[in-house]
Design a protein around this ligand. Structure first.
Ligand code: BYC
Length: 323
């Protein structure tokens, strides 16, 4: 039965197959059982799994503040946000699995240090203002990057992103509201907000990936409508949207070159430290080791939960067979 199913499987098109490209160009959604070039499948597994890992690792810097949130209301909101991120990881691992890779394999890639996750989560959260800044800037950058992914050519990823983006929008607002409260508070609170912005601004700009001229995947991903905008264009959109928000808070940005270009209407900004970006990606950021150690420990501590769930599923299946 299985070999027959395989024989009937649609032949895999070549990476430059004009019929596959025509479907993409016609904005046709590619679904799990459709024929697709192997390179398209691999690109999606790479991007979706890196995205899933980012959500799961992204729970750690904020999870660090749940017990120290300054009020019950802040604690409840932060708990819900971190829980949402775990959910995003789940939708994304499930979307990756539709491409023929198992969750175990992907988790193993993360825990063994072979998989990438967003550079931003290798920075420490030193004060409560960092939680506001993560919501405002990190989730703000995520929304900028992820709204176009709702129109990604691969159906399961695009559909997962719709829900993710709705939740990210709530996250961004709760972060900005924390910043507003701090900036309207005491001098000390405002200084805390300024310090957090100073530390997070440049790493947030790095979230969008290397400059277009050094991005090996952008051209192909744009042709296949996985990505709709280049890294640099999304980075610019983010800066344009965010600088006025920071000025409204009465904060300054740690970039002496930042200025509004009256002719283009865009905010020009200074040179990003791409050496730092490369260092963080190579595993040498401030918290890389800590993050992976925390994920490994969580995975080991959760082994009994996975075993119990499997035993329960086996029992249920045996019960169904006996009935
Ligand atoms: N950090 O050719 P490029 C979140 C890698 S989650 C680490 O431009 P591509 C959130 C890139 O993977 C945020 N690695 O690649 C969660 C590639 O490596 P490989 C994550 C990066 O794929 C919780 C290489 O550099 N969001 O928002 O066309 C709380 C060359 O780059 C980074 C997503 O994952 C980076 N910053 O474009 C709050 C969104 N940048 O595979 C928030 C989906 C680049 O060749 N992903 N690299 O070894 C994307 O949109 C794209 O994958 C990227 C990169 C824009 C990130």
């Amino acid at each position: 039965m299985y070999s027959q199913a395989l024989n009937n499987a649609p032949a895999e098109p070549a990476a430059d197959d004009p019929r596959f490209q025509a479907r993409i160009d016609a904005e046709d959604r590619i679904e799990p059982n459709d024929a697709m070039p192997e390179a398209y499948r691999r690109t999606l597994i790479r991007q979706i799994s890196q995205h899933a890992h980012s959500e799961i690792v992204g729970m750690l810097p904020e999870g660090n503040w749940i017990t120290r949130a300054p009020s019950l209301r802040r604690k409840a909101a932060l708990l819900a946000k971190v829980q949402d991120e775990g959910g995003h990881g789940l939708y994304l691992y499930a979307a990756a699995e539709t491409l023929g890779v198992s969750r175990e394999e992907l988790v193993d890639q993360l825990l063994s240090g072979r998989a990438k996750y967003s550079s931003i989560f290798n920075y420490p959260t030193l004060s409560w203002a960092d939680i506001g800044t993560i919501g405002w800037l990190v989730d703000g950058a995520a929304i900028m990057n992820q709204i176009p992914l709702c129109r990604c050519s691969y159906g399961p990823y695009a559909r997962a992103m719709i829900r993710v983006c709705k939740e990210e929008s709530f996250h961004q607002r709760q972060g900005y509201e924390i910043m507003l409260t701090l900036c309207r508070g005491t001098e000390e609170q405002k200084a805390m907000a300024q310090d957090a912005l100073n530390r997070w601004w440049w790493p947030c700009l790095m979230m969008f990936g290397p400059p277009d001229t050094l991005s090996p995947h952008s051209d192909t991903s744009m042709r296949w409508k996985i990505k709709r905008f280049t890294n640099d264009s999304l980075r610019q959109k983010f800066v344009d949207a965010t600088v006025p928000q920071g000025l409204h808070l009465g904060l300054t940005f740690p970039d002496p070159a930042l200025r509004l270009d009256e002719t283009t209407g865009h905010w020009a900004f200074g040179e990003i430290d791409w050496d730092e970006f490369r260092r963080v990606l190579s595993g040498d950021g401030p918290c890389n080791r800590e993050r992976l150690a925390a994920r490994r420990k969580a995975h080991a501590d959760g082994a009994w939960v996975r075993e119990a769930a499997q035993a329960w599923a086996a029992k249920q299946a045996a019960g169904r067979e006996a009935a």
